[in-house]
Design a protein around this ligand. Structure first.
Ligand code: HEM
Length: 346
C-alpha cells in the first residue's frame, strides 16, 4: 500500500508474533468457545457432543411447552404475536404460557449457534475431511427445516401428526450430531466390525426397535391428554391399546439389549462395546419405571417431561451402543494427523 508509513500499535501488530487470536487467549473457556476457528479433531468432537446435548435439550423444552399447555403461547409464527417478535401482552394468552413458548423458540438459537460452530469447525479442520463436512452440513439444514416445521405446528393448531414429526425430526438431528461425533474420532477407511457379524446385526435390530418405540411413544402422546392446548385435536385411537403396544415394544427393546449384552460377553467383544450395552440397559430400565409410574398416576406433567428426557437419553445411548460395534481405520498407509492437530500437540 502506498502512503504514510504505519506507526504505533497498528504497526506493531503487523509483526506476526504479536497477533493475538481468540484461540490464543489465556483463559481456557474463551479458547474453548473459539476453538471452532482453529479446530483439532478433539475440539470438533466437543462441538458435536454439545450439539447432541442441545438437540436433546430442545426436545425437552418442547415437552415442557406441551405439558404446561403453552403450545399456542405465541399464537403466530415467526412473530410471537401478530405484531411483535417478542412476547407482549395479549388479551387471549397468559403471560406464563407466552414466556414458556417464547423460551422454547429461543432455545432454537442456541441449537443453531452450536450447529454452526460444528459446521465451521468441520470446514476449517485441516486436512479437510469430506465425510465430516457432509455430516456437519446436516445441522444447519436440519435446524432450518425444524424452525420452518415449527411454523407448520403452530399454523395447524398443534395437530398431533405435526407435533410428533417435530419430535422425530429432532431425534434424526440428534443422530446426525452423534454420527459427526463418532466419525470425527475415526479414520476414513471402510467400516471394520469389532464384533461378530451377527452381533452387529443384533445391534441394527435394536436400533430399529428403539426407533419404533419412539414412534409408538409419539402416538401415545398424540392420543393422550397432553396436547399443548385445548384447541389441539387428538389421534382417534384407543389410549389403552396404544399405551399397551408402546409398553410391549419397550419389553422387546429391553430383551434385545439384554441379548446384545449377553452376545458381547460370550464372544469376548471389546470392553467399550460391553460397557455401552450395559449402560443402555440401565437407562432403559429406569425409563421403563418412569413410564409405568406416569401411566398409573394418570400422566402427571412432571413425569411426562422426565419421560421425554429419558426417551432422548435412551436414543443417544442406543446410538452409542451401536456405533461401538464397528470402527474405521485411518484412510491409506500414510495417514497423518492434521496440521492443526500437530500444532495443538506440539
Ligand atoms: C425404554 C423405554 C421407553 C421409551 C424410550 C419411551 C419413549 C417414549 C416417547 C418418545 C414418548 C413420546 C414423548 C413425546 O411425544 O413427547 C412416550 C410417551 C409415553 N410413554 Fe413411553 N417410553 C418407554 C417406556 C414406557 C413404558 C414401559 C410405559 C408404560 C406404560 C410408557 C408409557 C408412556 C406414556 C403413557 C406416554 C404418553 C405420555 C403423554 O401423555 O404425553 N413408556 N414414551
Amino acid at each position: 500500500m502506498i502512503g504514510k508509513p504505519v506507526k504505533g500499535p497498528a504497526y506493531q501488530a503487523l509483526n506476526i508474533d504479536d497477533v493475538k487470536l481468540p484461540t490464543d487467549h489465556p483463559h481456557p473457556l474463551v479458547r474453548r468457545l473459539f476453538s471452532f476457528w482453529a479446530p483439532t479433531t478433539a475440539t470438533l468432537r466437543g462441538w458435536a457432543l454439545a450439539a447432541v446435548v442441545a438437540n436433546a435439550g430442545i426436545t425437552v423444552s418442547g415437552a415442557v411447552v406441551r405439558v404446561t399447555g403453552s403450545g399456542l403461547g405465541c399464537p403466530t409464527w415467526p412473530r410471537c404475536t401478530p405484531d411483535s417478535f417478542i412476547p407482549v401482552a395479549h388479551p387471549e394468552v397468559s403471560p406464563i404460557n407466552m414466556a414458556i413458548e417464547f423460551g422454547n423458540r429461543l432455545v432454537t438459537f442456541l441449537v443453531l449457534v452450536i450447529g454452526l460452530a460444528c459446521w465451521v469447525a468441520a470446514m476449517r479442520l485441516r486436512p479437510r475431511r469430506a465425510s465430516l463436512v457432509k455430516l456437519a452440513w446436516l445441522q444447519p439444514i436440519g435446524i432450518a427445516a425444524q424452525a420452518l416445521w415449527g411454523g407448520v405446528v403452530v399454523s395447524t393448531l398443534l395437530n398431533p401428526f405435526t407435533v410428533g414429526m417435530h419430535f422425530l425430526l429432532s431425534i434424526g438431528l440428534t443422530a446426525a450430531c452423534w454420527a459427526l461425533y463418532a466419525r470425527a474420532g475415526e479414520g476414513d477407511a471402510p467400516v471394520r466390525r469389532v464384533v461378530h457379524r451377527d452381533v452387529r446385526r443384533l445391534g441394527h435390530a435394536l436400533l430399529a426397535a428403539v426407533f419404533a418405540l419412539l414412534v409408538m411413544g409419539v402416538l401415545v402422546t398424540g392420543t393422550g391428554p397432553h396436547s399443548g392446548d385445548e384447541l389441539a385435536s387428538r389421534f382417534d385411537l384407543d389410549i389403552e391399546t396404544v399405551a399397551r403396544l408402546h409398553a410391549d415394544i419397550a419389553y422387546l427393546v429391553v430383551g434385545l439389549t439384554f441379548a446384545l449384552l449377553f452376545a458381547l460377553h460370550v464372544t469376548d467383544s471389546p470392553r467399550s462395546a460391553r460397557r455401552a450395552a450395559l449402560a443402555l440397559l440401565g437407562i432403559e430400565l429406569l425409563q421403563g419405571v418412569i413410564g409405568y409410574v406416569q401411566y398409573f398416576l394418570g400422566v402427571p406433567a412432571v413425569l411426562v417431561a422426565l419421560h421425554v428426557i429419558g426417551a432422548t437419553v435412551v436414543w443417544i445411548f442406543t446410538l452409542r451402543a451401536v456405533t461401538a460395534l464397528r470402527t474405521r481405520d485411518p484412510a491409506g498407509p500414510g495417514a497423518s494427523p492434521s496440521p492443526t492437530e500437530a500444532a495443538a500437540t506440539a
